[in-house]
Design a protein around this ligand. Structure first.
Ligand code: CTP
Ligand code: ZN
Length: 155
């Protein structure tokens, strides 16, 4: 077994569920926040932070047993972890593997911080953000969010 395989075994393989791999070092907690996994969760979750990686130097990994992610969840993950890969695990094997793709727009998942925005003043308007290279922009009031996107998740 190579040294690298040994590192990989820091976290056990899972039987069924999703492995979110190649998250930039330190961002696993943001991914957990997007997925609504906090201190009161009863899901079976393994987290590796700053694990050695050939491709990224150091990476974070999140493994969630018995759950496959929705496209909305994957879209938001792509905003904070653009290099992440999503592996669907079935009966211990990698059944599907794909890199996340940054969508052109995200609808109904982020809330606009502008209290005067039509999406936050009580009107039945779904939030809509255009995805930029370095952030997202509200399609209604043009407010730009660059950091702490996880604080604006509305799911
Ligand atoms: N994995 C897991 N449980 C399994 C199978 C795989 O937790 N039953 C994890 C692996 O530890 C790895 C990820 O899922 O973090 C992808 O597995 P695999 O494709 O076998 O690894 P690599 O070839 O290293 O993936 P990549 O090419 O995407 O780096
Ligand atoms: Zn707005």
């Amino acid at each position: 077994m190579s040294e690298r395989d040994d590192h990989e075994l820091r976290i056990s393989k899972i039987e069924n569920g999703t492995v979110i791999d190649h998250i930039a070092g330190g961002h696993a907690p943001d991914v957990l926040a997007i997925l609504g996994i906090g201190s009161s969760t009863d899901e079976v979750v393994s987290v590796g932070m700053n694990v050695p990686s050939d491709r990224l130097g150091h990476k974070d990994v999140v493994k969630i047993e018995g759950r496959e992610l929705s496209q909305d969840e994957v879209d938001v993950i792509s905003l904070i972890a653009p290099a992440a890969s999503i592996n669907i695990i079935r009966e211990y094997g990698v059944a599907e593997k794909h890199r996340v793709e940054r969508p052109a727009v995200v609808e109904g998942v982020l809330s606009c911080p502008n209290h005067d925005c039509i999406t936050t003043d009580g009107e039945p308007v779904t939030s809509r953000f255009e995805v930029l290279d370095d952030g997202v922009r509200c399609a209604y009031c043009e407010t730009i969010l660059r950091e702490n996107l996880t604080e604006h998740i509305d799911v």
